[in-house]
Design a protein around this ligand. Structure first.
Ligand SMILES: [Fe+2]
Length: 205
């Protein structure tokens, strides 16, 4: 069975929060909780799932709602720690390449800095959850503290090495479709088509 994915459009900034789960064991992770937390918990109940942890792609406020109110491990990249520390009861720092088990599934953490120094994507069962690193038609801003267009460009080159069939699930609904295969994005997201940093920065404006 494939990993279960539920995409929730929440908050004032068109955030995508995700519930991912192993339906065989009933274990679930929430990725990037946005407001309102009650709705996320309700969705877990509807799906008969038990929350086992929260995965954070980065520390911006619209992706970390309510992490101080749940007593499960909250995973954030160690590189994000200089900029943001979650007030979580079980704060877990992750390293690049680290693997976290979700039932029978392996969730791999990929460090993809650029939007923030500690941005990470989560790869599970052919799905990549990209937070604010990669959207459907765009990429994350690099003008926040700790952002870097050069470093984001490098992170995108790394993502492009994944198989074309990898399904990309972004952190905001900034596009016409809510998710898309990497192979398709490579054909229409201009930021993925840039051949060098100079061209990339030209698109960023
Ligand atoms: Fe962000």
């Amino acid at each position: 069975m494939s990993v279960f994915i539920k995409q929730l459009l929440l908050g004032d900034l068109e955030n995508f929060t995700y519930i991912i789960a192993d339906k065989d064991t009933g274990e679930a992770f929430v990725i990037d909780p946005s407001a309102p937390q009650a709705q996320i918990l309700r969705e877990l109940k509807v799906e008969n799932l038990q929350l086992k942890g929260i995965l954070l792609t980065h520390g911006h406020y619209d992706h970390v709602v309510g992490v101080d109110k749940v007593d499960v491990p909250v995973y954030l990249s160690e590189a994000e720690a200089l900029f943001y520390t979650p007030q979580a009861k079980q704060y877990m720092r992750t390293a690049d390449g680290q693997k976290i088990m979700l039932g029978h599934f392996v969730v791999e953490c990929l460090h993809t800095p650029g939007h923030t120094p500690g941005c990470q994507c989560f790869l599970v069962d052919g799905n990549l959850f990209t937070g604010d690193t990669l959207f459907m038609d765009a990429v994350g801003r690099t003008d926040f503290p700790g952002g870097s267009s050069q470093i984001l460009f490098q992170s995108l080159q790394r993502i492009k090495q994944l198989p074309d069939a990898t399904m990309i699930w972004p952190g905001h609904h900034y596009g016409t479709v809510p998710h898309e295969a990497l192979g398709s994005l490579k054909k229409y997201n201009p930021f993925l088509m840039c051949e060098d940093v100079k061209q990339f920065e030209g698109y960023l404006g």
